[in-house]
Design a protein around this ligand. Structure first.
Ligand code: SAM
Length: 271
């Protein structure tokens, strides 16, 4: 506990089992990060054997996450709830949001305690950013979390991020019903940014097979299913698309490569 408080980037809390792959660390390995272990790298290597995109899909996802956050911040959103936030990388939701709106508040939520361990060290000096360990399958616990109540004002618009996380829910967990519960809690004028593995090509199905087998999770869904997560919202142009096509800063090279087609998503506004 002492070392935890003393910001040691190499310290790992005892509840973190490095012998089994974790979603957050496998994603970090796909991104070429350093916060992963052999078990995580084995999943990423096998994934890339079946889906040789060299991590481009993960990088495109991260890039679209930041384009969406910047867009929402430019619309005046100054509070964000980032569910399934993952390990910190070179840039992060709070830095992007706070570059547009200094003082923007961000809460990171992840159910993997390694995210808390890494993010705490990073955020020690940032009073406008918090990180909590909680499971997205328990929206009431998250929305009424003591770290959120009195910090985010849910009676005002927020930006809700569910980026590359809902595909970690099986059909039996009713992912659409769960996202609906979050949307119902949002004030009008709030935004939802959501991205999801897209079963648009056989290669993605192969990657899905590797993830389901080795990680136990990572479900690709088709475009109508992904679009369904935005029911009741006004879609921001250009709608739900493959990520490189979502408000790119520059013209997009088509046809999209493997890394471009594996994830789809968009941003919607609650009327
Ligand atoms: N949102 C980040 C991004 O798009 O760059 C990270 C995406 S990463 C693929 C998915 C993250 O969701 C992981 O950090 C994982 O631990 C987290 N996650 C998976 N299931 C979750 C759950 N039930 N509740 C909260 N977080 C979850």
């Amino acid at each position: 506990e002492l070392r935890w408080n003393h910001q040691d980037p190499d310290y790992l809390p005892p509840e973190i089992d490095t012998s089994k792959p974790s979603i957050a660390r496998v994603y970090d390995a796909f991104l070429g990060g350093k916060d992963n272990f052999a078990a995580d790298r084995a999943v990423a290597a096998e994934g890339m054997r079946h889906f040789p995109d060299r991590g481009e899909g993960a990088r495109q996802n991260r890039a679209m996450l930041f384009r969406g956050v910047r867009f929402m911040a430019e619309q005046g959103i100054d509070q964000f709830l980032d569910i399934g936030s993952g390990l910190p990388t070179m840039d992060n939701t709070h830095s992007v949001a706070q570059r547009v709106n200094p003082g923007a508040k961000v809460v990171y939520v992840d159910n993997d305690p390694i995210v808390l361990a890494h993010a705490r060290a990073l955020l020690q000096t940032n009073d406008d950013t918090r990180v909590i360990t909680a499971d997205m399958r328990r929206p009431d616990t998250i929305l009424r979390h003591p770290q959120i109540e009195g910090f985010l004002d849910l009676s005002r618009p927020i930006g809700l991020l569910m980026v590359a996380v809902v595909h970690h829910l099986g059909d039996a967990e009713d992912p659409h019903g769960l996202v609906d519960r979050y949307k119902a809690a949002l004030a009008p004028g709030s935004y939802l940014q959501l991205t999801h593995f897209c079963s648009c090509a056989p290669e993605v199905r192969a990657l899905e097979g590797v993830l389901l087998k080795m990680l136990g999770t990572g479900r690709a869904r088709d475009m109508p299913e992904i679009l369904g997560f935005f029911d009741g919202l006004e879609l921001v142009e250009p709608g739900v698309v493959h990520l490189p096509e979502w408000r790119p800063g520059q013209p997009v090279r088509t046809p999209l490569g493997l890394g471009g087609i594996c994830i789809a998503g968009g941003v919607g506004r609650k009327p």
